[in-house]
Write a protein that binds this ligand. Structure first.
Ligand SMILES: [Zn+2]
Length: 247
């Protein structure tokens, strides 16, 4: 982090305060944030101020992005980096909000050189080196997923160049232990999905190891005790990576 960034951040924190009523309104329906300890809430609010100063929100299709929407998204986005710092979200600036789910055109060339095209309906997307795109409707009203933590977890995963379910680990963390914990959990999960069993996590997590990491990261912050019970080794690795022990 350069001195200029540090100076700017200090100024932001000196000159700005988060309005208490606005914070309460924005986090009212987010129990995993409104129930944080006093100390963590203070740290989270500071991070949210910096996040709001450095990121840029854009509403699409006439969506008017209110302060409460900005704070609600910033609070959820900052929770995973509470002990890591805002530099983990550097290198991009934009957060694009659609009123609801949005369509994207996908193209893939298979090994025979045939081009396949299809349309996808998404609640969120994280572009490598680019913006995070979110459906406000899904962010605000879908209790089954936490699309904000999900997409920002993808951002962390992409930091080492590949969305593969393994973000850059901290010094002292064991990459083999990470791979083993996640591979075991992922295989078991895919197996259960294939056999048509009801799964605790969103079955979408079976799409790819990167999706499993994003979905289990959502659960780590929202239902930590359950993650620890079902996937103790994954929980331990997430605890080391996020440097938090929410259970
Ligand atoms: Zn995803």
């Amino acid at each position: 982090m350069g001195w200029l960034t540090e100076w700017r951040r200090r100024r932001v924190l000196q000159k700005h305060r988060l309005d208490e009523a606005l914070w309460r309104e924005a986090t009212r329906d987010l129990g995993f944030i409104s129930n944080l300890s006093r100390g963590k809430t203070v740290s989270l609010k500071r991070l949210v101020l910096l996040f709001l100063a450095e990121k840029e929100f854009t509403g699409i299709h006439g969506l008017d992005v209110s302060d409460a929407m900005r704070v609600a998204i910033a609070a959820q986005a900052c929770l995973p980096i509470l002990e890591l710092g805002l530099d983990w979200y550097s290198g991009w600036r934009g957060i694009v909000l659609y009123p609801g789910d949005f369509g994207v055109r996908r193209t893939q060339v298979d090994e025979d050189g045939v081009v396949h095209e299809w349309d996808d309906e998404l609640a969120g997307e994280a572009m490598p080196g680019g913006p995070v795109v979110l459906s406000w409707d899904a962010a605000a009203h879908d209790p089954a997923i936490n699309v904000v933590i999900h997409e920002f977890a993808h951002k962390l995963d992409m930091l080492n160049g590949a969305a593969d379910g393994m973000p850059p680990l901290h010094p002292g963390m064991d990459a083999r232990a990470w791979r083993k914990a996640f591979a075991q959990a992922y295989e078991g999960f895919c197996d259960a999905v294939e056999r048509g069993k009801d799964t605790w996590l969103d079955p979408y997590a079976a799409e790819h190891p990167s999706e499993f990491f994003a979905v289990v990261s959502e659960a780590f912050f929202r239902e930590a005790a359950e993650v620890r019970r079902r996937y103790p080794d994954v929980y331990d690795q997430l605890k080391l990576f996020y440097r938090q022990d929410p259970a």
